[in-house]
Design a protein. Structure first.
Length: 261
């Protein structure tokens, strides 16, 4: 089984990246690859991957509003940089709303300026230290000078995430605490996060339910209360909308039909 391992974020990337992980796939001869399950995710990630044929890609994976289920693929090395909300927009050079539910090559956003980085990464192969070194050198030059805006985005994200067993304040109250209008806050989320505040919160709540169910077991009624749903039926309906199956079906492995990646 492939395991995703967390790595230390290099000092030069801390303002842009909140987490780094690397996944090395099993030997193809070891048997059938397990399905790939991508759960809803409000974050944008930058991914460098290689194939057994020697090809490599540097991809931007935008926020994912619904789960997707895929056949296991030929990608023996995959390094993921999970981007900080306040840094994503200046790093990509386009509103994050343009990459929601999309996977695009970084070159489509950066143009020819990405060529030297792609060439360096192509020679780095699956040397995770060297890959990170090249990414750090290229991405650190994209750090936004508008630190105030970045701080506002991150404060808004923290306010919407809230804490387990607590309901967040209404959006107008959050906007007042951040000294902006509700309209400005919604526009900020669309540009910097790619999602509306409501959709962002729905995704975060489902992710929290998944984490707690894996940690504490699938006690659905208790889980609904702990994650801020009105009741178990509310949780089940929202889980089905975002995950494609009910919570019980998901944890029993009864997944939707797998699609090509």
């Amino acid at each position: 089984m492939s395991i995703e391992v967390s790595m230390t974020v290099p000092d030069g990337l801390r303002s842009l990246v909140k987490a780094v992980s690397v996944l090395r796939a099993d030997d193809p001869a070891a048997g059938e690859r397990p399905p790939l399950v991508h759960i809803p995710d409000p974050d944008t990630s930058l991914i460098f991957r290689t194939t057994s044929a020697g090809r490599s890609d540097l991809l931007v994976v935008g926020p994912r509003t619904r789960a997707s289920y895929h056949v296991g693929k030929d990608s023996p090395f995959c390094l993921r940089l999970r981007l900080r909300p306040g840094a994503t927009r200046p790093l990509l050079g386009v509103p994050v709303s343009e990459v929601v539910d999309r996977v695009v090559h970084l070159g489509e956003l950066w143009g020819a300026s990405s060529d030297p980085l792609n060439a360096a990464l192509g020679h780095a192969g699956d040397d995770e230290g060297l890959v990170l070194k090249h990414l750090e050198a290229a991405l650190s030059a994209k750090t936004s000078a508008d630190k105030e805006r970045g701080a506002l985005v991150q404060a808004a994200v923290r306010a919407l995430r809230g804490r387990t067993c607590e309901r967040r304040e209404p959006l107008p109250a959050i906007a007042r605490h951040l000294a902006v209008s509700e309209r400005h806050l919604r526009a900020l989320f669309a540009d910097a996060i790619g999602l509306s505040p409501k959709r962002f919160e729905r995704i975060e709540r489902v992710r929290k339910a998944l984490t707690l169910a894996r940690t504490n077991g699938p006690r659905w009624a208790d889980l609904a209360v702990a994650t801020g749903y009105y009741d178990q039926s509310h949780m089940t309906a929202e889980f089905r909308t975002l995950m494609g199956v009910t919570p019980a079906a998901f944890f029993e492995g009864r997944l939707p039909a797998l699609q090509p990646c």
